[in-house]
Design a protein around this ligand. Structure first.
Ligand code: ZN
Length: 344
């Protein structure tokens, strides 16, 4: 089958690999009908040292079940399913607590052991716990929005929950990538009164406004902090969704927090220590977050997608074939595209 493999910075290839197949009795085999490229894929795309073994890429997908292992109970061939970016058994203590990304039998897609979904097919471990059967046909018009339930919409929602967004709250979203844009949707959905997007790409800002952003701050660093304070009566915001992952983004996030506020971080951190420890301490700012347990959120977010109340699929502004995936990485990396959908 054809699959995407990253060999080093800038060196992503679509090549013939061994067909995905069932290995464990709890596996399902999925034929991919939609996949996408993630902002987090751009980190290794920019930083991976060449010479390492190739890394199979992709962790977001909708597909059709082709086969299931002997112990799979809830799925059958032909089911249309969405695949969260982490697999989980759905039965351990952490899954019961809604933290599926810490499942004791879980893990992440996109390794040599559990290859990725930017491919024609993928093996899904712990299929009963991982996959969510969608009540739609395989070519449903809602596919783009349903696909975001595998990562970016669930991740934006997680950032909003950790940042304690609620009715009447003031919110800032740091980062205007697909996750940040979905964070705007999540903040509005949870009742935020003011939603400030921090970003500087015109196309993304325009979409953020359509999704519910009330203010835009395009400055950076100290200027951004001052601007947010101006917009919030000098105090800062209750809730910050940190959707970037750099120390500068975290520094800004803590800088714009109102005393007692909370930062929900979902950008994969590319720093060793959280900055601004003293300001965060003296303002009683909570910093939390991590990989979103998107599996826990599908059930809650799905009705809003099916009934058209939210349209996170609008973050996709390019659709490509599997063979065009290298150009898709380039386009996202150069900010030519917000998020790229792949139709194998
Ligand atoms: Zn579990």
């Amino acid at each position: 089958m054809r699959a995407t493999v990253l060999y080093g910075a800038g060196d992503v290839r679509v090549e013939n690999v061994t067909d995905a197949r069932l290995i464990e009795p709890t596996d399902a085999l999925i034929a991919i009908s939609r996949a996408c490229i993630c902002g987090s894929d751009l980190w290794p795309y920019n930083l991976m040292e060449p010479g390492e073994a190739g890394r199979p890429m992709g962790h977001e997908a909708i597909g059709v079940v082709e086969a299931v292992g002997a112990e799979v109970r809830t799925l059958k061939a032909g089911d249309v399913v969405v695949m969260p970016f982490a697999y989980s058994d759905g039965t351990c203590d952490f899954c019961h607590e809604g933290l599926h990304t810490s499942c004791i039998h879980g893990g992440f897609f996109g390794s040599v052991e559990v290859p990725g979904a930017q491919a024609e097919a993928v093996r899904v471990p712990q299929a009963d716990g991982t996959l969510f059967v969608l009540p739609v046909g395989r070519d449903d018009a809602l596919m783009p929005s349903l696909l975001t339930l595998s990562d970016v919409m669930g991740t934006g929602h997680h950032a909003a929950l950790v940042a304690r967004v609620g009715p009447g709250k003031t919110v800032a979203v740091v980062g205007d990538g697909a996750v940040g844009l979905c964070g705007v949707i999540a903040a509005r959905r949870l009742g935020a009164e003011q939603i400030i997007i921090l970003g500087r790409h015109a196309d993304r800002i325009a979409l953020a406004k359509e999704f519910g952003a009330t203010d835009v701050v395009s400055e950076r660093g100290e200027e951004a902090v001052e601007r947010v304070r101006e917009l919030t009566g000098g105090f800062g915001v209750h809730s910050i969704l940190e959707c970037v992952g750099t120390d500068q983004a975290m520094l800004t996030s803590i800088g714009i927090a109102r005393p007692g506020g909370a930062v929900g971080r979902v950008g994969v951190p590319h720093y060793e220590t959280i900055p601004a420890a003293q300001p965060a301490f003296y303002s009683n700012v909570t910093v939390g977050g991590g990989p979103a347990p998107v599996r826990a959120y599908i059930e809650e977010l799905l009705p809003d997608v099916l009934e058209g109340r939210i349209e996170p699929g609008r973050v996709f502004d390019r659709v490509i074939s599997l063979d065009e995936v290298p150009d898709g990485y380039r386009a996202m990396n150069e900010r030519e595209s917000i998020k790229v959908m792949v139709k194998p």
